[in-house]
Design a protein around this ligand. Structure first.
Ligand code: SF4
Length: 429
C-alpha cells in the first residue's frame, strides 16, 4: 500500500506554529505542489487529481451521509441488523466512540486480524482501523472473505515511512557493506504488506509492541545470539526498536544506528553499518513520537503520586522517565487492575485515553501531552463512512475492498507465521 493521507499536513507544522488558539494543529492544504528546500520530500496535494495513487478514498463514489444527519445512529443499526452474521465489524482501540459503538469486537491490530480469521462464515469484514491493519486481515482471512476499509485514506504515517523501493535500496546498502548475510529483518506489525513480504523473503519476522523483545531475541539467535555479532534491521519504528534493544535486551545506544531512507547510503558509512547491532529505520508514529520529557516532568510536578504509562512507540527519553510501558492492550489491563483512586497520565492515542477515563471513573486518568492530538488517519473512519459502507453492503455493493497481491500476501504470511511460531503467549500491538 502506498496511501499518503497525511500529505495535506505541512511537515513544517511545529510546536506553537500553524495552530488554532486551543493548540490543535491546522490542516494545511497547499494549492501548489511544493518542495521544501531542506528535504527531498514533496508535499502531496490531496483531492485535486494530481496524485491519484495518493488520493484513494479522498472522495467516496456514492452518497456519503452528512455528519449532521440526525438519523445516522439509527441507519447504522438498521443496516447492521439487515446484514446480520454476514458482516463482522472490527474496531481498533484508537477509533472514535461513535464507531466503536458498532464494533462486534475491539482490540489492537493483531487481535483484530486474528478475530477476522476466526470468523470464516462472515463474507464481509468491515475493518474500522487503518490500511495496514486491513491488509493483515486480508492476508489472514480466506479468499471467500472480503475485508473492507470504510475510508481508503485511513492510512498510517508510520507505515508510509517505509516504502518497498526504499527498503530494497537499504538492503543493497547492507550488501555493499558486507553485512546483509548477518542481518535479520524484524518488522513491526505497523507496516505495509509489501514491507512484511520483504521481511518474509529475507528470513525475518513480524513483531508487535507486546512481543518485540521475543522477536529480537529470536532474530539475534539466528546469527549467534545477543552477545554475538549479528544484526537486526528494524522497520519502520525506530523508537520501538531502540526501546526494546536497549531497555530490554541490554544493548547500548551506541549499538544502534538510524538508517535514513532520504539520504544516500541511509546517511551511514560502511564502517557504521559494520559496527552496528541494531539498524533502525528512520520512522516513527506521528502521535506517540510527539510525547515529551517536559510533559512527563510537568505531570509529576502537578499530580502528586501520579503513575506515568506510555506506549513503546514513544521516544526513548520519554520511556526512560515513565513508570510503566505497555502496548494498548497492556495499558488497558494495567489501568483496569489498579486500585480505585490511582492517578495516571497516559501517553497513547487520545481516543483510547478518553475511553479509559470513562471505563474507570474511580481512577484519575489524564492525557500526557496537551499538544498532541488524535491520530488523524484513525479518525478518518467516522459514522458517515461506516453507514455508507454498511448501507452499500445492504444494497449489494462492496465498497473499498482491500486485496493484497497474492505474491506479496504469500511472503507477508511467511513473516506473520514466523511471528506466530515465536514463544510467548501474547502477540499484541
Ligand atoms: S497512532 Fe501512529 S502508528 Fe497508529 S495508525 Fe496512527 S500514525 Fe499509525
Amino acid at each position: 500500500m502506498s496511501t499518503s493521507p497525511l500529505g495535506c499536513f505541512s511537515p513544517t507544522t511545529g510546536r506553537g506554529r500553524n495552530r488554532r488558539a486551543d493548540g490543535i494543529p491546522l490542516c494545511l492544504v497547499s494549492t501548489e505542489t511544493a518542495a521544501p528546500k531542506h528535504t527531498p520530500l514533496r508535499l502531496l496535494v490531496l483531492g485535486q487529481g494530481r496524485d491519484l495513487h495518493s488520493e484513494r478514498g479522498v472522495e467516496c463514489p456514492g452518497d456519503l451521509p452528512a455528519p449532521s444527519d440526525p438519523d445516522l445512529v439509527a441507519r447504522a443499526r438498521a443496516a447492521k441488523e439487515a446484514l446480520g452474521d454476514k458482516v463482522f465489524v472490527l474496531g481498533h482501540h484508537y477509533q472514535r466512540d461513535e464507531v466503536i459503538e458498532f464494533a462486534d469486537v475491539t482490540g489492537d491490530s493483531f487481535k483484530l486480524a486474528q478475530q477476522a480469521a476466526a470468523r470464516p462464515d462472515a463474507p464481509w469484514i468491515v475493518f474500522c482501523g487503518v490500511h495496514f491493519m486491513a491488509e493483515s486481515a486480508d492476508i489472514l482471512t480466506s479468499d471467500e472473505q472480503t475485508v473492507i476499509l470504510p475510508d481508503l485514506a485511513a492510512g498510517c504515517s508510520m507505515a508510509d515511512m517505509a516504502t518497498s523501493a526504499q527498503v530494497d535500496d537499504c538492503w543493497d546498502d547492507l550488501c555493499d557493506a558486507g553485512v546483509a548475510e548477518q542481518t535479520i529483518p524484524v518488522s513491526y506489525m505497523n507496516s505495509s504488506a509489501a514491507i512484511k513480504a520483504f521481511t518474509g523473503r529475507h528470513g525475518g519476522t513480524i513483531c508487535t509492541s507486546s512481543n518485540a523483545r521475543t522477536a529480537l531475541e529470536w532474530a539475534f539467535e539466528q546469527t549467534g545470539g545477543v552477545e554475538g555479532t549479528g544484526k537486526v534491521l528494524f522497520l519502520p519504528d525506530q523508537h520501538l526498536g531502540r526501546n526494546t534493544a536497549v531497555r530490554e535486551l541490554g544493548l547500548s545506544l551506541q549499538d544502534c544506528v538510524v538508517y535514513d531512507p532520504h539520504l544516500p547510503g541511509g546517511g551511514l558509512t560502511k564502517a557504521q553499518l559494520q559496527a552496528a547491532r541494531m539498524i533502525l529505520w528512520r520512522g516513527h508514529c506521528s502521535v506517540h513520537g510527539r510525547f515529551t520529557v517536559e510533559a512527563v516532568e510537568a505531570a509529576r510536578r502537578e499530580i502528586p503520586g501520579v503513575k506515568v504509562i506510555v506506549h513503546p512507540e514513544c521516544r526513548y527519553e520519554v520511556c526512560e522517565l515513565a513508570d510503566e510501558i505497555g502496548s494498548t492492550e497492556q495499558i488497558i489491563t494495567k489501568v483496569a487492575a489498579a486500585p480505585a483512586g490511582t492517578a495516571w497520565v497516559v501517553g497513547t492515542e487520545l481516543n483510547l485515553v478518553k475511553r479509559l477515563s470513562t471505563m474507570f471513573p474511580e481512577q484519575s486518568i489524564a492525557f500526557l501531552e496537551k499538544n498532541v492530538c488524535y491520530c488523524s488517519t484513525m479518525n478518518r473512519i467516522d459514522l458517515p463512512h461506516l453507514v455508507w459502507t454498511l448501507e452499500s453492503l445492504v444494497e449489494g455493493r462492496v465498497v473499498n475492498p482491500i486485496r493484497v497481491d497474492p505474491e506479496v500476501a504469500h511472503w507477508a504470511r511467511v513473516a506473520l507465521d514466523q511471528m506466530l511460531a515465536l514463544p510467548g503467549p501474547t502477540h499484541k500491538d
